[in-house]
Design a protein around this ligand. Structure first.
Ligand SMILES: C[S@@+](CC[C@H](N)C(=O)[O-])C[C@H]1O[C@@H](n2cnc3c(N)ncnc32)[C@H](O)[C@@H]1O
Length: 272
């Protein structure tokens, strides 16, 4: 089931036009693998037939988009980045803000999937800071299904296994065997649709940007666009936290100081 570059272009152009998502920023090898996976699942044996299927089935377009924007996530994913965020990053920001007389902290969770990441950030914030602080977590994703699920904030028991039972009791309400995020946590997270590939940054002056396990699927040109956007969106001395297997593109290495290599925490270097 070899997919030629020409066939890939045809599929990318068609789905981008019909599906409303821009696929041009993803790595070609990654797109080919995801298309092959969908072809197998749909029982289609040639690229020509797969294109025919896409032209007649909105459901297959959706299936392919779902396969490309992989949504795997969990609360406190990898654990230590959230511990370092809470114990080091937040503490440093608070000291700096106190000196400048501000009590506002703005955080962006880019590629937030079903909401586990922004709610984990919110838990760290609530556990670490008192009510004097005004903290907003902007949580964005290209996938509207994920955002609707996240806004609702109801999780299966298996999703919350990483969390300490005391934290679960404090921030979740048990309803019919599921766990609903309490309003105290929900009120500091704002969900909205945003495509890192085609949209400009949602805002500026963020103190922290989390973008974990998202850019791994992007091609080099697209990664450069995203890191330029993150650089512009961070406030002076703002922090960028990326996924454990992700790296800062060569072109942007001088834009960010590495603060914690294990947890992939970086700090903006001003004046670049
Ligand atoms: C593997 S999940 C990572 C979720 C979370 N950040 C974590 O580390 O657990 C990747 C998320 O990136 C989102 N995504 C993929 N392409 C995107 C794009 N172009 N713009 C915004 N989000 C995107 C997917 O919809 C998915 O929810």
């Amino acid at each position: 089931m070899d997919i030629s570059d020409l066939a890939l272009r045809a599929i990318v152009d068609y789905v981008s036009r019909r599906g409303g998502a821009d696929l041009s920023g993803y790595r070609e090898s990654y797109l080919k693998r995801r298309i092959e996976y969908r072809m197998k699942s749909a029982g289609v044996d040639s690229v020509e037939n797969y294109l025919k299927l896409l032209r007649t089935s909105d459901e297959e377009i959706k299936n392919l988009l779902d396969a490309i924007t992989i949504n795997v996530t969990e609360f406190m994913r990898d654990k230590t980045p959230f511990e370092s965020f809470r114990k080091n990053v937040l503490k440093e920001i608070v000291e700096r803000k106190k000196r400048s007389g501000s009590n506002i902290i703005r955080i962006w969770s880019a590629g937030c999937s079903y909401g586990e990441e922004p709610y984990s950030i919110a838990i760290c914030v609530m556990e670490e800071l008192n009510e004097d602080w005004r903290v907003t977590i902007y949580a964005t994703d290209v996938d509207e299904n994920c955002l609707n699920f996240a806004k609702n904030g109801v999780y299966e028991e298996k999703s919350i296994l990483n969390l300490d039972p005391k934290i679960v009791e404090k921030y979740f309400e048990k309803i019919n065997g599921k766990f609903k995020v309490k309003p105290i946590l929900q009120k500091c997270v704002k969900f909205r649709k945003h495509d890192l590939i085609k949209d400009p940054p949602i805002s500026r002056h963020f103190d922290v940007i989390f973008c974990r396990n998202v850019i791994i699927y992007f091609n080099d040109k697209q990664k450069d666009k995203v890191f330029a956007d993150f650089y512009d969106s961070l406030s002076i001395e703002g922090y960028l936290i990326i996924g454990k297997s992700e790296t800062i593109p060569e072109k942007f290495k001088s834009h960010f100081d590495c603060i914690n290599l294990r947890d992939k925490i970086y700090k903006k270097v001003s004046g670049r």
